[in-house]
Every structure is written in structure tokens, then in C-alpha cells.
Design a binder for this molecule. Structure first.
Ligand code: PXP
Length: 239
């Protein structure tokens, strides 16, 4: 099974916003990522619009002809934006507005009812859903109850432990992926994946449909250029 690469372009918007103009051009970068082989574009609009703005999402929609994935905390303005943009996929994350980046998955045991209502709304609009979870097996079991199509495994703990003990770093992810797959969920993964750890992750953890990668990929592009960098990441996904 091929694992798809969705490029998270939030960091590009962070650089643009540092100067107030339109350099680098976020929309052009999305077009070029696709031209260079990315299978999808991910954005994470936050309420303070400190990187991707709500209007970026509107401008990106007609330009993203691969898979558009909008991720974020499902408050009212986020839900309205997603329903307006109708991306191919929405990924729900539990991070509060002031979080620097997502730093935990959903407690699906506590939140499955709330999530199931929002998920039903998106699915009715023809939007595939994914929810961000850690590898706790109870959270995987309750993710099924939400009716979501996919989960996204939060890979930061893998990335942290990988340099010391790669086998131990993947163990809980393999177990979670096997359980999720057996329960009928499709599986994405993301957070702190990089050229160093990506190949090991996707060759050792089964059933990963898609990875979304931002920070490391955009940083690598400073050295290798965007086209080469995307090619390098795509090569890690060949098993
Ligand atoms: N997945 C989710 C839910 C995220 O919030 C982020 C960061 O915005 C990513 C994936 C990508 O993480 P990174 O920027 O570390 O590649």
C-alpha cells in the first residue's frame, strides 16, 4: 500500500506573515508542491490567524487539485470555514487556540459524543474525516464510536524516542495501527516526521495511508530546495 505525502504549508505562511506582504506566496507554494509530486496540501488555520489565514484557505481551495486537508480545533468558525471550503479531508485536533503546535491527541473516551456530531456534519457534506489520536488503545476503540473515517496517529513520541531505540519507538504505533485497521479505521500519521525517521516509521508501522509533514520538510527545503526536498520525502515512502 502506498503512503501518501501531504505537505503542511503553515510554516510558509509564518514566514510570509513576518513581513506583512505576500512573500513567499503561500498559494504559489501549494501549486508548486503539487507540481513537484506532493499528494496533498495540509493547512491548519488557527483562530488568531498567526500563520494560515482563513482567507488563505478560500484562495487555496480552487488551486488544490490533489487532496486538500484542513486541520484544526472544531470551534464554530472552523466548522463554518471547512463547510465552505469543502476539502477532501478534515482533521480534528484538540489543541487550544494558544497552543504553539498540536501536542496531544483527543481523549475520545470523554469526547466521542461531541466528535460524532461534528463528524456527521462533515460527512453529510461529503468531507472525509480524521481525528488526531495517540496510541492509547482505549482512544482508538472510542474513535470508532465517533464514526470517523480515519484517525491520524500523533507521532511526536515516536520521533522523540526514535534516535535512542527505534524498535521501542514504533511498538505502540504498530499495535495501535493493527487495532485501528481491524476495527475498520483508515490511518494517517503526523508530527515531527522527518527525512531521518520517516522511512523507518512507514516500513515498520502498517496501514499508514498518509503522512502530513510541515516543519522538517519546509526546513529541509532551505538546504535542498522545495522540489528536491519533496522528491526526497517521496522516496522515503517507497517500501
Ligand atoms: N498533524 C497535525 C495534527 C499537526 O497539528 C501538525 C502540525 O501543525 C502536523 C501533523 C505536522 O507536524 P510537523 O509540522 O511537525 O511536520
Amino acid at each position: 500500500m502506498e503512503t501518501k505525502l501531504s505537505v503542511n504549508i503553515n510554516k510558509v505562511a509564518t514566514i510570509r506573515n513576518a513581513r506583512g506582504g505576500n512573500v513567499p506566496n503561500v498559494q504559489q507554494v501549494a501549486v508548486d508542491c503539487q507540481k513537484f509530486g506532493a499528494h496533498g496540501i495540509t493547512v491548519h488555520p488557527r483562530p488568531d490567524e498567526r500563520h494560515i489565514r482563513y482567507n488563505d484557505v478560500r484562495l487555496l481551495r480552487p488551486l488544490v487539485y490533489t487532496e486538500f486537508n484542513i486541520e484544526g480545533y472544531p470551534n464554530k468558525s472552523f466548522i463554518d470555514l471547512v463547510l465552505e471550503a469543502k476539502p477532501e479531508q478534515v482533521t480534528l485536533v484538540p489543541d487550544p487556540p494558544e497552543a504553539i503546535t498540536s501536542n496531544a491527541g483527543w481523549d475520545t473516551v470523554k469526547n466521542w459524543q461531541m466528535l460524532s456530531e461534528i463528524i456527521a456534519t462533515f460527512q453529510k457534506a461529503g468531507i472525509r474525516t480524521s481525528i488526531f489520536v495517540d496510541t492509547n488503545l482505549k482512544n482508538i476503540e472510542f474513535a470508532v464510536k465517533t464514526g470517523t473515517n480515519r484517525i491520524e496517529l500523533y507521532t511526536e513520541p515516536f520521533a522523540t524516542n526514535f534516535p535512542n531505540n527505534p524498535i521501542a519507538a514504533t511498538a505502540s504505533f504498530t499495535e495501535a495501527a493493527k487495532l485501528a485497521h481491524s476495527l475498520g479505521l483508515e490511518i494517517n500519521a503526523g508530527h515531527d516526521l522527518s527525512l531521518e525517521n520517516l522511512k523507518y516509521f512507514v516500513t515498520n508501522v502498517p496501514f499508514i495511508k498518509e503522512v502530513s509533514i510541515g516543519h522538517a520538510l519546509i526546513s529541509d527545503a532551505l538546504y535542498f530546495g522545495l522540489e528536491n526536498t519533496i522528491q526526497l520525502y517521496l522516496r522515503q515512502l517507497v517500501k
